[in-house]
Design a protein around this ligand. Structure first.
Ligand SMILES: NC(=O)c1ccc[n+]([C@@H]2O[C@H](COP(=O)([O-])OP(=O)(O)OC[C@H]3O[C@@H](n4cnc5c(N)ncnc54)[C@H](OP(=O)(O)O)[C@@H]3O)[C@@H](O)[C@H]2O)c1
Length: 220
C-alpha cells in the first residue's frame, strides 16, 4: 500500500476514480483539479504555484489530466482537417502540460525510498503501434509526452535511484473523454483498480517504460 498519494486531474473520470480507490484503501490522497482548485497544466505559474505549495514526499503521483479535442475541434480524420490552432491546443495540454508538471515533481519524491510516478498518455501516442492513422494532433501530443517522460525518467534516475516514472495507457475507459467515441469501455472503478495494481508492482527497474492497463509494455 502507498503511504502518501498525489492525484493531479482529480476531477476527471479516471483521476476521480483513482482518488476514490486510494481513499477506500486508506491511503492519504492529495488531489488537485483545474475546475476545483485552478490547477491548470497549460499555465506554468499555476503548475509551479500549486506543486510548489505541496510538501510531500509522495510515493505515488499520477497525472490524469488531458483532453481529446483541439481548440474545440474533434480529433482529425484526415490531413485536410488539420488546424494549427487545434494542434497548438493539444500540445499545450497533452505534451507541454505534463512536461511542466515533471519539472516540478522531483522535489516531491522521497530521496531514499521507492516512489512511482505515472503520466497518463495513450496507446495512440505510440508511433510503432499506429496502424489506423487519423487523430493527428492528439497522437502527436501524446507521442511528445511519451518522449518527455522517457527523457525525464533518465534524468530523475540519476538523483532518485528508487523512483519509477512511466507513461501509462489506461485502456478505453468509460469517462466523459470517450462519450462520443468508443464501445467496449472499461468501467471507471475497474480502470482505477488496474492502474493501482500495476503501480503497486512497479519498481525503479521499470522506470522510463510505457505500460498499458493490462501491465503489458507498449512499444514506443
Ligand atoms: N478515457 C479513455 O478511454 C482514455 C484512453 C487513453 C488515454 N486516456 C488519457 O487519460 C487521461 C484522463 O482521461 P479521462 O478519461 O479521465 O478524461 P476526463 O474524464 O475527460 O478528465 C480529464 C481531466 O483533465 C483535466 N484537464 C483538462 N485540461 C486541463 C488543464 N489544462 N489543466 C488541468 N487539468 C486539465 C480535467 O479537469 P477539469 O474537468 O477540472 O477542467 C479533468 O480532470 C487523459 O490524459 C487521456 O488522454 C484516456
Amino acid at each position: 500500500m502507498f503511504k502518501n498519494a498525489l492525484i493531479l486531474g482529480a476531477s476527471g473520470g479516471i483521476g476521480g476514480a483513482l482518488v476514490a480507490a486510494l481513499t477506500a484503501q486508506g491511503t492519504p490522497v492529495t488531489a488537485l483539479a483545474r475546475s476545483r482548485d485552478g490547477f491548470d497544466v497549460t499555465d506554468p505559474a499555476s503548475v509551479a504555484g500549486h506543486l510548489g505549495a505541496l510538501k510531500g514526499p509522495f510515493d505515488l503521483i499520477i497525472l490524469a489530466t488531458g483532453k481529446l479535442d483541439g481548440a474545440g475541434l474533434p480529433p482529425e480524420k484526415s490531413l485536410k482537417a488539420l488546424s494549427a490552432e487545434a494542434m497548438v491546443d493539444q500540445f499545450a495540454t497533452n505534451a507541454i502540460g505534463p512536461a511542466l508538471v515533471l519539472r516540478e515533481l522531483p522535489r516531491l519524491l522521497p530521496k531514499d525510498a521507492p516512489s512511482t510516478v505515472a503520466i497518463l498518455t495513450a496507446r495512440v501516442g505510440s508511433i510503432s503501434d499506429n496502424h489506423l492513422g487519423g487523430w493527428y494532433s492528439y497522437r502527436a501530443a501524446k507521442a511528445a509526452a511519451n518522449q518527455v517522460i522517457r527523457t525525464a525518467a533518465i534524468e530523475i534516475a540519476r538523483s532518485y535511484k528508487q523512483a519509477c516514472l512511466i507513461a501509462y495507457h489506461p485502456g478505453t475507459v468509460a469517462s466523459d473523454f470517450t462519450k462520443d467515441y468508443a464501445r467496449d469501455k472499461l468501467p471507471l472503478e475497474a480502470a482505477a483498480a488496474h492502474c493501482l495494481c500495476l503501480m503497486s508492482r512497479l519498481s525503479a527497474a521499470q522506470t522510463g517504460r510505457f505500460y498499458d492497463w493490462k501491465g503489458d509494455q507498449v512499444p514506443w
